[in-house]
Design a protein around this ligand. Structure first.
Ligand code: TRP
Length: 350
């Protein structure tokens, strides 16, 4: 019940924010990020990546955190972190995040950001941390036998991700709302206790279209059912050919009644900028085979330029390292400034 009320308030606030962004984009500093656990896929693209690029084109400042410490919340070892971090940078640049204007950086390279976690942890109670519904859900699905301290406290760490640079806007999906609420609580309590310093950031909720994986379950890097941005045209065709559909020959767009077919129709619609009902109508009684051909062509045509850019960038690892080095330098400068102000506010400047 409360979650629903909070969500609808956040939706209303997001509409107001969209208007403000349009009028005064320079007033906004946006912080978003991902855990480096594998290549990004179409669900990420239509869920968050294209929104980041949209915001950047409107003229807001963009910071993108690659949350490498957060990988360790639900597993003992973070495998191939260097590869995953590089893949994220490649995906970001390939979709159009502009490295001249955006700051792309990693948790582990910004010591002052991580230090903020200590005062922040003093501002939240253990019961607040244990009530977080997203963390509860992640604990339920964790691969670990025991819950680590990092899993339990990562929302406070995420507050540091956002507040270290005084970001005032965080585009997120619903599952991240509890974390943003905690960030606001931490900022408010810090300001009450030590003097006004940290802005209370707003969540920007954007409608994420529901794209299912090719097996009909949630599209996920780890389930082998996701069309990654970096897949080849052949891999994409193979994955879509094997996608789950249903036994009705006539193709329609009915997300409730026919979720797998609807998701495929939606995929083609998003990639071609058409209405899903119209896409379904065009296929009509062509059946699953025609649907899959349409989806494959739509996805491959849509991703082709992105994949070309990605391949060109991948051939220049020195350039990619440079982007990350510059991003980390800038994030460090911002974090040092904020930590300095925090030291002054807390009386720990000796
Ligand atoms: N928790 C986010 C996710 O799993 C990733 C993330 C880390 C993040 N730090 C952030 C998102 C700060 C927004 C702001 O997707």
């Amino acid at each position: 019940m409360t979650a629903t009320i909070e969500t609808s308030a956040a939706v209303r606030r997001s509409a107001e924010l969209e208007e403000l962004i349009r009028l005064r984009p320079a007033r906004f500093r946006v912080l978003t990020g991902d855990r480096p656990t594998g290549a990004l896929h179409l669900g990420h693209y239509f869920g968050t990546l294209h929104n980041r690029v949209r915001l950047q084109r409107l003229g807001v400042e963009l910071l993108v955190i690659i949350a490498d410490y957060q990988v360790l919340t639900d597993r003992d070892v973070a495998d191939r972190l260097d590869v995953h971090v590089r893949d994220l940078v490649l995906d970001y640049l390939a979709v159009g995040i502009d490295p001249q204007r955006a700051t792309i950086f990693t948790h582990s390279a910004v010591a002052a950001l991580n230090q903020l976690l200590l005062p922040f942890l003093s501002l939240v109670s253990v019961s607040e941390l244990s009530r977080n519904p997203t963390v509860k859900d992640e604990i339920a699905h964790s691969r670990q036998a025991a819950v680590s301290g990092l899993m339990f406290t990562y929302p406070a760490h995420q507050a540091a991700d956002i507040l270290f640079c005084k970001a005032n806007l965080v585009p997120i999906g619903q599952d991240q709302l509890p974390h943003l609420e905690l960030t606001r609580t931490i900022a408010r309590r810090f300001n009450d206790r030590y003097g006004a310093l940290l802005p209370e950031p707003d969540a920007l909720l954007s409608p994420a279209p529901l794209l299912l994986g090719t097996d009909g379950s949630k599209m996920s890097k780890s389930r082998g059912n996701a069309i990654s941005l970096s897949a080849t045209a052949d891999e994409t065709a193979r994955l879509i050919r094997g996608a789950k559909t249903d036994s009705q020959r006539h193709i329609s767009y009915a997300p409730e009644a026919r979720p797998e077919v609807a998701s495929l129709v939606l995929m083609a619609a998003l990639c071609t900028g058409r209405d899903p009902h119209e896409v379904a109508e065009t296929i009509g009684s062509g059946g699953a085979a025609a649907l899959k051909r349409t989806v494959t062509d739509a996805v491959n045509d849509f991703l082709a330029p992105l994949r070309t850019r990605r391949a060109a960038l991948a051939a220049d690892p020195g350039y990619l390292r440079g982007i990350l080095r510059e991003g980390n330098e800038r994030a460090n400068a911002l974090a040092e400034t904020t930590l300095d102000e925090v030291r002054s506010a807390m009386g720990t400047r000796y």
